[in-house]
Write a protein that binds this ligand. Structure first.
Ligand SMILES: Cc1ncc(COP(=O)(O)O)c(C=O)c1O
Length: 366
């Protein structure tokens, strides 16, 4: 049995912690846990989507739809683009990243990512023996260091990942910077807009103007369907057609498909989820900013990055103290480009946000 050498050298992905794990480890009531660790929506899913899924549960013995034209049409309308620009993934936007790797990467190709950024890019491309080239995100200004991207481009660059709003910093990449990069290279520019709904930046118009852009989006965040794993890519029809050739055929399950259709039709749910998300983010930003010793980052997303070095605690220590009190946050020590003093806090219901701020203050006084 020969495992590929590249796979033997890989580290496992470190996801946010689940409520079940914490409840078990710290002997807590699962229902009382405050989960602010994985950038999910705390307001559940569209009731219409849940009802429609329930009605169709007697179909689980059948394979899912593979013709997703009606879903693509809803996505195209929602995103202000055309059906032929859309590809749907059944393991979220992560699946679209995997499809991009399968479509574009040859052994030894380079990909550029400004760090800190979303860690799945590297996780997905490394098994294809791609070489990560780290550019810079300026933490002081919470903005992309454009020249670090331009200087990193070589004739081996295949993909450049630009996450906007950037996870974990919450900053936006201005359209003019994206355009500058698009003009500078033939490499594929992947603009990850997983958190687009919480910001006012949108780069879909660039698809018709440049042949080398792919935009990533997801239903896991503002649309409240993280558990169903639905993501989509937006690009020109030529790239979409090549990607479709290597896409897992049945990855979008039947319940996910039905849930996605109904959610896109439920405008009221979507609008409320976004409004409440922004409210929660702004509340958390204001309250965290009042706590001495924390450096709090302005965010255009559904999470907030915080530097805690002046508290004297490392992220792993603060996370553990909070876990014992039933609060899950994200220790960012595993993000390339951040040291051991950074945490990320996701939006919660206002009630949970208030409890969290109270518990955090208490823990910091200890
Ligand atoms: C920047 C970014 N892109 C993509 C994803 C993946 O989302 P999905 O749940 O659709 O796989 C995430 C998830 O946290 C993310 O933060």
């Amino acid at each position: 049995m020969d495992i590929r050498e590249v796979v033997k050298k890989l580290d496992s992905y470190i996801p946010g912690i689940s409520e079940d794990e914490i409840a078990k480890e710290f002997n807590l009531d699962k229902n009382k846990i405050i989960k602010l660790g994985s950038n999910e929506s705390p307001w559940g899913s569209s009731k219409k989507a849940i009802e429609a899924i329930k009605k169709n549960l007697n179909q689980l013995n059948r394979y899912p739809e593979t013709n997703l034209e009606d879903l693509k049409k809803l996505i195209a309308d929602y995103s202000n683009t055309k059906v032929e620009n859309v590809i749907v993934g059944g393991d979220g936007a992560d699946e679209i990243i995997d499809i991009l790797a399968k479509t574009f990467i040859e052994k030894g190709d380079e990909f550029i990512a400004p760090i800190p950024t979303y860690t799945y890019y590297e996780f997905s491309l490394k098994p294809y023996e791609a070489v990560p080239i780290y550019a810079k995100w300026n933490l002081n200004a919470n903005s992309l260091n454009l020249s670090s991207i331009l200087e990193s481009i070589t004739n081996k660059t295949k993909i450049i990942f630009l996450c906007s709003p950037n996870n974990p910093t919450g900053g936006i990449i201005p359209k003019k910077d994206i355009v500058k990069i698009l003009k500078e290279t033939n490499a594929l520019i992947v603009v990850d807009e997983a958190y687009i709904e919480y910001s006012d930046s949108d780069n879909v118009d660039l698809i018709d103007k440049y042949p080398n852009i792919c935009i990533l989006r997801t239903m896991s965040k503002a649309l409240g369907l993280a558990g169903l794993r639905i993501g989509y890519g937006l690009s020109n029809p030529k790239i979409i057609e090549f990607m479709s050739r290597v896409k897992p055929v049945f990855s979008l399950t039947r319940p996910s498909y039905i849930g996605a259709l109904e959610t896109f039709k439920d405008n009221k749910f979507i609008e409320e989820s976004i409004t409440k998300g922004i409210e929660s983010r702004d509340y958390l930003y204001n309250e965290l900013s009042k706590i001495p010793k924390l450096i709090v980052f302005k965010s255009k997303s559904n999470f907030i990055l915080v530097n805690i070095e002046k508290t004297g605690l490392k992220a792993v220590e603060l996370s553990e103290k909070l876990l014992k009190k039933g609060v899950i946050i994200r220790d960012c020590s595993s993000f390339q480009g951040l040291d051991e003093y950074w945490i990320r806090i996701s939006i919660g219901t206002l009630e949970d946000d208030k409890k969290f701020i109270f518990i955090l203050k208490d823990v910091l006084l200890d």
